[in-house]
Ligand binder design. Structure first.
Ligand SMILES: Nc1ncnc2c1ncn2[C@@H]1O[C@H](COP(=O)(O)OP(=O)(O)OP(=O)(O)O)[C@@H](O)[C@H]1O
Length: 579
């Protein structure tokens, strides 16, 4: 409720001023267009020397609003399910983020290039702080509110952050470790209440000026640091530039998300992950679309479906795990009047889930494949035929290939490492480096390629098929087995909600396939031995028989990262007694 009133006040202040009075033309306006950005992707045009997403993109949309060239669609539409709502136009976002920029530079004394850790839930301030970091040249480092004190300590120390912006959810955790972070100078609290030792964002914001000139950042200047999901180890700090994020998501916003300025996109990602930057900032705002946010603290299928039927959302972006849960419901009961485009990624999407989504909603599900480091690499783009189970075709400007251990390109149909060919220069939409970790950055290279660490196959039509993370591939009796194929076979059985397939030690074969299975409600009390046999026969009938899980364990849930990805390595370590 507090947030609502606060922002209603901002809105009132803004509307009380004559339109345009506080509009700033910071630099470069309209020297670059979306067509230019696409030309950069196609390598038909070089990167501009300077680029700033706030000045060169957001302020352009603000200008278009002024001249009526953009539909009357908010830039940000936030709800919390309790009746509170915030709607900002691009002009409002511009004016509010200039105030926030002054809070960061004047009141907090931060300087261009300083790193700012931002641990906020899905509240409008997250977008304000993000855009104000762009305006001031500060390096934005988001983290999820689910981080523990230990996680926060790791992030603050590794990044040498100068400032942390957080809410009350994590303030006690920050206080418990702050003495171990000598580089941290400022703690900025986003809350209606004050707290000892913290500056109050709300108070400083109220009195901050709207006058601010956007910093003229270089295209390759650092813009953000993203910690990877930590699916396979400690999160790595992938640093992105103004252009890698600010221009690099043009093609996928246009052709994968199929966005136009009249669209309203609901991207479910937590604010701590690059998927939030991708879907709720860059891809969408490059196209001038409205970003819809529901501040759900926990995913709840019923609230989710109500939201989708209540608001005029046109585009949905969510992880496969969400679609896996949704297809358990009777979706035919819901009318999604405006929804027309659904995408997913971050994990493999089982073909069974795609088929069930299609059958129940009449909508396609467009899968994309990407990484924090390099953005979207492959996707089923609008207009392309979808092959269920495939991640689609390569996305410009990437030249995606399957290579062997020597860096040689493998022919279609052969399994190998999914890799991106590097021309003479580092692609502009790549991360710049893993901060302070040149060895890790160098380890991603093999000959002329950047190696993703995933195994896959390309077919003769140029579609890519995910086999598994390189470490997840199971080698048994000389056969190589990708967990995804076995999991996809298992989920076709009505007893299986989801599963994780890993290697397990075996005295004869070295390792064998083991499946951890979460059962659907009607099968929860089945006889385990009988059901194991049934599932094994089912997999043998659907895939090459040697892939069937020799061991099956029924579990209540699977270990997952905060982003919802299955942590197969945890189960594998457990099997091999490595814990
Ligand atoms: N459509 C997809 N199908 C299969 N796997 C996917 C898909 N999209 C993403 N992934 C997986 O997610 C990985 C990228 O995720 P992210 O950048 O969040 O880091 P992470 O690899 O999960 O974490 P860490 O590097 O810390 O272990 C990809 O390398 C791939 O393994």
């Amino acid at each position: 409720m507090k947030i609502f009133f606060r922002f209603q006040t901002f809105r009132f202040i803004w509307l009380a001023k004559p339109p345009g009075q506080h509009f700033h033309r910071d630099h470069q306006l309209w020297t670059l267009t979306l067509a230019d950005f696409e030309a950069i992707h196609r390598c038909d045009r070089s990167l501009p020397k300077n680029f700033n997403f706030a000045g060169d993109v957001l302020d352009q949309w603000s200008q278009k609003e002024k001249t009526g060239e953009r539909p009357a669609n908010p830039a940000l539409w936030w709800v919390n399910g309790k009746g509170d709502e915030v709607k900002w136009s691009f002009r409002e976002l511009g004016s509010l983020s200039r105030k926030a920029a002054n809070v960061l530079t004047k009141a907090c004394g931060l300087r261009r290039g300083d790193r700012v850790a931002v641990i906020l839930p899905r509240i409008p301030e997250w977008w304000l702080v993000n855009v104000s970091c762009m305006r001031t040249g500060l390096v934005f480092m988001p983290g999820t509110v689910q981080l523990t004190a230990k996680d926060i300590l790791y992030r603050l120390r590794a990044s040498k952050a100068r400032c942390i912006v957080a809410g009350e959810e994590v303030a006690p955790a920050v206080e418990s470790i702050v003495s171990e972070c000598p580089d941290l100078k400022t703690k900025l609290l986003v809350s209606p209440h004050s707290r000892n030792g913290w500056l109050s964002f709300q108070e400083l914001f109220q009195s901050a000026s709207e006058e601010h000139s956007c910093v003229e950042t270089g295209s390759q200047e650092p813009m953000a640091i993203y910690f990877t999901s930590g699916t396979t180890g400690s999160p790595k700090m992938a640093q992105h530039s103004q252009s890698s994020l600010g221009i690099g998501y043009t093609i996928c916003g246009r052709y994968w998300l199929d966005l136009k300025s009249s669209d309203i996109i609901w991207n479910m990602s937590d604010t701590g992950w690059i998927k939030a930057a991708f879907g709720s900032v860059f891809s969408s705002w490059l196209q001038g679309a409205c970003v819809f946010v529901h501040q759900m603290t926990q995913f709840d299928p019923d609230t989710f479906l109500d939201t989708l039927t209540t608001y005029p959302i046109t585009t949905l972006c969510s992880a496969p795990t969400v679609y896996r849960m949704l297809v358990q419901k009777d979706l035919k009961r819901y009318k999604f009047k405006t929804l027309r485009h659904c995408v997913t990624g971050g994990e493999p999407l089982n073909p069974e889930v795609l088929e069930r989504w299609r059958a129940q909603t009449g909508l396609e599900l467009y899968e994309g494949y990407g990484q924090t480091e390099v953005g979207i690499i492959c996707a089923n783009q609008k207009g392309q035929e979808i092959k269920p189970g495939s991640m689609g075709k390569r996305v410009l400007p990437y030249d995606v290939q399957i290579i062997d251990e020597n860096g040689s390109i493998l022919p279609p149909g052969k399994e190998g490492d999914i890799a991106l060919r590097l021309k003479s220069t580092w692609p502009f939409c790549f991360f710049s480096e893993y901060v302070d970790n040149p060895e890790k950055t160098a380890a991603t290279l093999r000959g002329d390629f950047y190696v993703t660490g995933d195994k896959g196959v390309m077919d003769s039509d140029g579609y890519f098929w995910f086999v598994g993370r390189a470490d997840d591939v199971i080698i048994t009796s000389g056969y190589r087995i990708g967990p995804f194929e076995v999991e996809s076979a298992l989920i076709e059985h009505p007893a299986v909600v989801e599963s994780a397939v890993v290697s397990s030690p075996d005295p004869v074969r070295g390792e064998v396939v083991k499946a951890f299975v979460v059962l659907s409600a009607p099968f929860k009390s089945s006889n385990p031995e009988k059901l194991t046999l049934e599932l094994q026969t089912h997999v043998k009938n659907l895939t090459a028989p040697y892939k069937y899980p020799r061991k099956v364990e029924f579990v209540q849930e699977l270990p997952k990262t905060i982003t919802g990805k299955i942590k197969r390595n945890t189960l594998r370590d457990q099997e091999w007694g490595r814990k």
